[in-house]
Design a protein around this ligand. Structure first.
Ligand SMILES: [Ca+2]
Ligand SMILES: [Ca+2]
Ligand SMILES: [Ca+2]
Length: 425
């Protein structure tokens, strides 16, 4: 599914706010937390919904108490802008579960008592973006209110439901996780280390085989691929305990998936989950081979699908600092422009990308560590310009400047400002 993956979106209102905060700094940790919190709020443009007070207008779940309806459950579907509040009453104490479903809206819910005191809240339950409040302890009889907010899009319908609590509501319904007892096909009887050079692969539909298990006897940097464009595969890698390590839906310019693990996996047991967006009955070829940096197409760096290597085989610029600031004008076309940042001591960094010379370019910034993990991303901080804040430990980082909307090659000024932690003491 071609969809921009959800990224940590950090932005800032303006430099003034930052300077003020930094000058009034008393404790660096506090300041940074404040800045980052503020930045996240601004970037996500979250308007705090007020508490649900007795006089607050709310959609009623039923004309009278909902007790008799809980076994079957009751639900409403409406966007958060249409129905931000729901009210219900209980004649007797009841253990209930409240759910809000609509992943693309990214719901977040709060349960209030009749006076507007919040009892419980949830944004994301389990792996996805849906919300759930499972209350194993019965709620007393009385009137309650639920607020529903959409963090992503408040015009997308969210299904809000209320039903009797059952024990399994406490489990995240991540049916896709590969747990130690999950049935899975294996690539080999034992460790696949010796087979990686040639690669191992198996072909099956998701309906036949949703999981593949393999083990490594030594540390190995590997590449996992799933091919079958008409099925539109999605790959997820789990460790032996079922913890998710990495995932990918679409890689490069296709619907196939690929996970490159340039940092070697430790010896142990791993499991690959293969799902499909289009079809569970079409075959998908799942393979594992040794990771080979030279096999990576430069286009994946141009498109910010992968972090380029630091060996000089791909152009990466360094900032030229004057004091703690650096700024450079670049011409940004269809390819990302990469900068390397060497951090010697824990510091706070601010990156900006601004269109200059009246250019119409819409820049975006992504920050990665040298393992290729994305640490921060911002498209629009102020207008369409980008702004990123990050607290960085010593190490090597990479900043990608790219176009959010493809346009002609245009001028962009990319700037960086750093603050050593000690300067904030
Ligand atoms: Ca959510
Ligand atoms: Ca895919
Ligand atoms: Ca932008």
């Amino acid at each position: 599914m071609k969809k921009q993956s959800k990224k940590i979106n950090l932005g800032l209102v303006n430099g003034t706010f930052l300077s003020t905060l930094l000058l009034s700094a008393c404790s660096p940790e506090d300041v940074v937390d404040k800045i980052i919190e503020r930045v996240i709020e601004k970037a996500l443009d979250i308007e705090e919904l007020g508490a649900c007070l007795p006089e607050t207008q709310a959609t009623a779940f039923a004309e009278s108490a909902v007790d008799d309806l809980l076994n079957d459950g009751i639900s409403f579907s409406a966007s958060a802008s249409e129905a931000p509040y729901y009210r219900f009453s209980l004649e007797q104490a009841q253990a209930i579960t409240i759910s809000a479903t609509g992943e693309s809206a990214d719901p977040s819910i709060i349960l209030y008592d009749s006076q507007g005191n919040s009892i419980e809240e949830n944004d994301d339950f389990g792996d996805g973006y849906n919300s759930r409040i499972p209350l194993s302890e019965p709620l007393d009889s009385g009137t309650y209110c639920i607020s529903v907010q959409a963090l992503e899009d408040d015009d997308i319908p969210i299904e809000l439901s209320l039903k009797a609590f059952v024990e399994t509501d406490l489990n995240s319904d991540d049916v896709n996780a590969c747990l130690p007892d999950t049935a899975a096909k294996t690539f080999a009887e034992s460790g696949i280390d010796q087979l990686l050079e040639k690669g191992v692969s198996l072909s099956a539909s998701v309906a036949e085989t949703p999981f593949y298990r393999f083990s490594l006897d030594g540390p190995q940097a590997i590449t996992i691929s799933a091919e079958g464009e008409s099925a539109d595969p999605v790959l997820t890698l789990y460790d032996g305990q079922g913890n998710e390590l990495a995932d990918n839906d679409d890689y490069g310019d296709s619907y196939n998936s690929k996970i490159n693990l340039r940092k070697p996996l430790e010896p142990g047991i791993y499991c690959i989950g293969v799902s499909a967006i289009e079809s569970n009955s079409l075959p998908i070829r799942t393979s594992i081979e040794v990771f080979d940096a030279s096999s990576i197409d430069h286009q994946t760096y141009d498109l910010v699908d992968e972090v380029p290597p630091l060996d000089g085989s791909y152009p990466i610029s360094m900032f030229e600092y004057s004091g703690n600031r650096a700024s450079t004008d670049v011409t940004l076309g269809g390819k990302a422009i990469w900068h390397r940042i060497d951090v010697n001591a824990p510091s706070i960094y601010f990156f900006e990308a601004n269109a200059v010379d009246n250019s119409q370019v819409d820049p975006e910034l992504s920050l990665f560590n040298s393992d290729g993990d994305q640490l921060a991303y911002n498209d629009d901080g102020l207008d369409t310009d980008s702004l990123l804040a990050a607290r960085l430990e010593a190490g090597i980082y990479l900043l990608a400047l790219s176009q959010a909307e493809e346009s002609e090659a245009e001028s962009v000024r990319v700037s960086v400002e750093r603050f050593a932690k000690t300067e904030l003491d």
